[in-house]
Design a protein around this ligand. Structure first.
Ligand SMILES: [Zn+2]
Length: 141
């Protein structure tokens, strides 16, 4: 995503959300579960799948010279990363965006990843007034 496209994206999300957004954290191994949920009719999952896929694809296919960077620190990310998907907190958001987080920042820990995503979000998007942390799937039994 270019800087300009990102700003437009923030604008749409800000307009739809009034600054209130939901943050979903996904590690690569969560995608299968998410797809399963979308296939059984989970609307939220169905909305998240393309964002996760697109975000992961953008990071993995970034040119070597200009790799994707972690949302929280200057480290380049390519393979081992978590994705924070930001969606307006409403029932029918039309747009969302993804922030990549490096393994050092998340330490494979969802709560830590949420914290880091919130930090990254405040850094890049001053329009975010309030951030709702959501835990898709909840605790696995
Ligand atoms: Zn990082």
């Amino acid at each position: 995503m270019t800087g300009h496209a990102r700003v437009e994206c923030f604008k749409t999300v800000t307009k739809e959300s009034g600054g209130l957004v939901a943050v979903h954290i996904f590690f690569p191994e969560d995608l299968r579960d998410l797809i399963t949920r979308s296939l059984v009719g989970d609307r939220e999952a169905a909305m998240l799948v393309p964002l996760v896929r697109q975000g992961a694809k953008q990071i993995r296919s970034a040119p070597r010279k200009t790799p994707a960077l972690c949302g929280c620190c200057p480290r380049p990310i390519r393979t081992n990363f978590a994705l924070a998907i930001i969606l307006p907190e409403r029932s029918d958001p039309s747009q969302g965006f993804a922030i990549g987080l490096c393994a050092k920042c998340t330490e494979d820990d969802k709560n830590r990843a949420h914290q880091k995503a919130a930090e990254a979000l405040r850094g890049v998007w001053p329009g975010a007034q309030s951030i709702v942390v959501t835990h898709p799937g909840g605790g696995h039994a």
